[in-house]
Each structure stands twice: as C-alpha cells, then as structure tokens.
Design a protein around this ligand. Structure first.
Ligand code: G6P
Length: 486
C-alpha cells in the first residue's frame, strides 16, 4: 500500500518524534522485517485524512533502521515499498555515535532524569566536558529534525513536535521557516523549577527557549504546564500569565495548553476481542482459577516504581495472610532502554524482588506472583480483561495509559490503585484508590482495600473510570491541538 502523499509534495501536517510508527530488524537472509508500532501517537493519526498531506518524521533507532532508511529514497520508507499503513514516513539516518549521545546520554539519562526527578545519591548529575560533547550531539540531532521538517513542510504547514528528545527543534525550525505553525507536546512530566535548575544555566535556557520556539506548547496536565511556566519565569525571566497560560519572552508569545491524552476505547475493545487475546484469556484462567488477580503492566522503567509495588504486594501477604492461596499478582515488566546501566540494574532488582516473594510464599498449589519480562501486547490486553485490581504506582509519570486502558477492558469492573504522581491522577483520581508511591505500607493497604471493595461500588467506579479514561481519545487529542494552531 503506497502512501497518499507523493514524494515531491510538501506536507500540510508534519509530525516529528524520535520513535516512529515502524521499526526494522534484519532477517538472516539479509532482508528487512518491519514492525508497526502502536501507542497514542499512531492511533491519533488514524483520525486525520492522509490525503491532507501528512508526513511523520522520525529517527532511525537501530542499525537495521539505518540501513532501511539509507535504502529508501530520501529516507521515505513508504516510497521504498515498506508497509507503513499508508502513512508517509521519513526516517532520519543520523550517525550512530551522534544518535547514541543524543538519545541515551542526553534525552534518556539527563532530560528524562530531570523531569522524573530520578537523580539520587548513587547517581548524581555531573555536567563536565563529556556532557558538553553529548549536548553538542543533542543539538545536532535536533538540527537534523529541524532541517528535515523545514524541507518537507508546505507554506504555512502545521508541525507537531513531540517530547523531550526534540526540545530544541521548535526554535531551530522557526529560525528556518517563520511561516510555519509549530506545536510542541511534552509527554513526560515537567520538572519543578528548583529541580530543573540542576541543569547548567545555558542548557536550561536553551531547552526553554527551544520549546518557546513553538506557537503552542502543550502538556498532559495543568501541573506540568504550571511547572513549565515557573521555569520560564525563574530561568528566563519571561513574563508568564497563569490565567491565560501564555509565556512572553524575547518579543514573542507562546500559548501553553493542556490536553490529557485518553485511551482509544474503540480500538481497545475491538483488539481485545480477537482470537489471540482470547487464547491468552483461556490460558490465564487455567493458571489463576478463581483467585483474585492484581495486574500491573509497565516498561521496566525506573520511574514506574515496580520494586516498591512488589514490596507492597509482599507486605500485603505478610499482613493479610487471609489472602494466601486466594490472590495472584500478574506483573508484566517489559524490557526498556537496556543500553543504560541503571536500567539493567533495575531489571535485575525487579527479578530479584519477585523471586524473593515467590520463595517466601509459594506453595505446591499456589503461585503468588507471575512475572513476565517479555513484551506481549495481546497478553496484556487479556490481563486487563481479567483484572480484579490494577496497580499503577509510578513515582512520576506524564500520563500513564495503563491506568486508562485497563478499566475500559476489565470484565469484572476492576479497582484501580493509582499513584497521585501520575498525570492520569488528574483525570481518574475521583474513582481510583490513590497512593503516595513511596509509601509501601500505604500501597499494601490500598491493595487490600481494592481486593475487599464491595462489588457494586467497584463496578460503578470502574464504569466511571472507563468513561473518564476515554473522554479525550487520541484522534480528538491531536485534532484539538491542530485546531489550537489555527
Ligand atoms: C515515554 C516517552 C516516549 C517514548 C517512550 C518509550 O513514554 O514519553 O517518547 O517513546 O517512553 O521509550 P523509548 O525510549 O523506548 O522510545
């Protein structure tokens, strides 16, 4: 299937993100295997008519991606005959050393750590000569995106730049193409101003001025938008209006918006009814029987707080022996960012803690905890369908779509134990059981409360959670932001 947009045409709508809608692996016979990704951004685009002239610009993330990008004319995967689902996609072949410094060292080890407040005594930020070299690579990577966007955009086109990998791109793009209307969306939290100022002053300024290159900068919640305004005021001395949500700096005004991405209810319900998910439901039912099921699904990510979640489950079993033999915790912790040593260590800690719990409580006919470390989307959907309780306890999270997807699919009307530090708390806090993610005993009590909640109340709450979770589906989320750029 070829994309609607011919190779020579300029796009009216451009999307830019580090991770694109497709990725490649190299097969033994030297040909490429293509994998199409999911996620909010991919489904948001399905609501837009591709004949409008939409292109998605992303980075090659692996050697296989780079080779595929190099073999496609101008990186246009759709023009090279790859099945991109009808979507025009340009994949940028950035040299691996530059990419790794930009992605691993700056985006994932510095900016991600700042916004999620992940530095601790064992891992303190050191901004030295090596950091400066990494920062220069981040600038080069952002420049590559700005150049590609500038080249592909029709006059007056709308550009939607995504996330912390690309904070400098809006400004770099504006310098190249003043005619464009530029939007920027932050999918992560935004750091409080004191914490943001751990960054070297010039870098902190560059990040903020980069984002302010956009006409419209949006966040999942008012909390993150407010933190961004605070940073602009303290670091840049910008004039901020907290009522109107505007920042005026260096003679330009950027509007700030809040668009809390919701779950794609129609897609989820349809996907979760397919035979591969049914097969997982049957297998899970055999494994779990009529025991209660506590489900969590995460990337194995420091901010997701998986270890404390496991410790809370252990505390529940220690304090409430009445649950022995009557509950199973299904924990899906998928691999993520394994180029970073902190993530490899964290993965080991998750496995260790899980093994300790099994060791302490398992009996010949009861497996208290099942940990899966391989990504399996249909199996996750099956777990959502069967969950009695869903645990979402990040120490900080931009939104968290697990909290929104599970109640949509839960057949028993699940209870949601939810961290107050997740963006989803602002949409779902009313009907969730809300926890402080650092409080392990508090989280254990919340799990107990969730397991013992009266059926009628739990079902009613779950129905309201599902409604709130789907209030802003991905298509509307994107359409609203495009409208804000008019
Ligand atoms: C977060 C970020 C996304 C990112 C995702 C997965 O949700 O906001 O931009 O794509 O994590 O991380 P990865 O590094 O695997 O792309």
């Amino acid at each position: 299937k070829l994309a609607a947009m011919p190779p020579t045409d300029k796009a009216a709508i451009l999307l830019a993100s580090n991770r694109g809608p497709v990725s490649f692996t190299l097969k033994d016979d030297g040909t490429f295997a293509l994998k199409r990704g999911g996620g909010g951004l991919v489904s948001s685009l399905s609501a837009i008519d591709p004949s409008a002239g939409v292109i998605w610009i992303c980075a090659a993330l692996s050697d296989a991606d780079r080779r595929a990008a190099r073999h496609a004319p101008g990186g246009r995967l759709d023009q090279a005959g790859h099945d991109t689902g009808g979507q025009a996609v340009r994949m940028l072949d950035i040299d691996p050393a530059t990419f790794n410094r930009a992605y691993n060292a700056i985006a994932n080890s510095t900016l991600w750590f700042i916004h999620h407040m992940l530095y601790d005594t064992a891992n303190q930020p050191v901004f030295d000569a090596r950091f400066r070299k990494e920062w220069a690579s981040y600038e080069a990577y952002n420049t590559a995106f700005a150049d590609a966007l500038a080249a592909d955009a029709a006059k007056g086109a709308k550009v939607m730049v995504q996330d912390y990998h690309l904070t400098l791109t809006p400004r770099l793009l504006r310098d190249r193409r003043a005619d464009l209307r530029i939007g920027y969306f932050t999918h992560t939290p935004w750091a409080p101003s004191e914490y943001f100022q751990l960054l070297p002053d010039d870098v902190a300024r560059e990040v903020l001025e980069g984002v302010l290159g956009a006409d419209y900068a949006a966040f999942h919640t008012r909390r993150w938008a407010g933190a961004f305004l605070d940073c602009c005021e303290t670091v840049l001395g910008a004039k901020v209006d907290r009522e109107e949500l505007t920042v005026t700096h260096a003679g330009r005004t950027t509007r700030v918006g809040v668009h809390g991405l919701g779950a794609d209810g129609d897609f989820l319900r349809d996907r979760a009814a397919q035979t591969d998910v049914e097969a997982h439901v049957t297998a899970l039912r055999e494994q779990v029987g009529d025991r209660k099921l506590i489900v969590r699904v995460d990337r194995t990510e420091l901010s997701k707080n998986i270890v404390r979640g496991l410790l809370a489950y252990r505390h529940l079993l220690r304090e409430h022996p009445e649950w022995h033999g009557r509950v199973v915790h299904l924990a899906f912790a998928y691999p993520s960012r394994h180029d970073l040593p902190e993530y490899r260590e964290y993965t080991a800690a998750v496995r260790r803690t899980a093994a300790e719990i099994v060791e302490e409580f398992a009996t010949p006919d009861w497996q208290p905890l099942i940990l899966h470390v391989n990504d399996d989307f249909p199996r996750s959907l099956a777990a959502y369908r069967m969950a009695d309780v869903v645990l979402v306890n990040p120490i900080r999270d931009g939104m968290n779509l697990v909290a929104k997807e599970a109640p949509v699919l839960s057949e028993k009307g699940c209870a949601l134990v939810l961290s107050r530090e997740a963006g989803a708390f602002f949409d779902l806090g009313q009907d969730a059981i809300v926890v402080n993610p650092y409080d392990v005993t508090g989280t254990a009590e919340a799990l107990h409360q969730a397991l013992t909640m009266d059926d009628a109340e739990r079902i009613a709450r779950c129905r309201r959670l599902a409604a709130a979770a789907t209030a802003l589906p991905p298509g509307k989320w994107l359409a609203d932001q495009l409208a804000a750029l008019e």
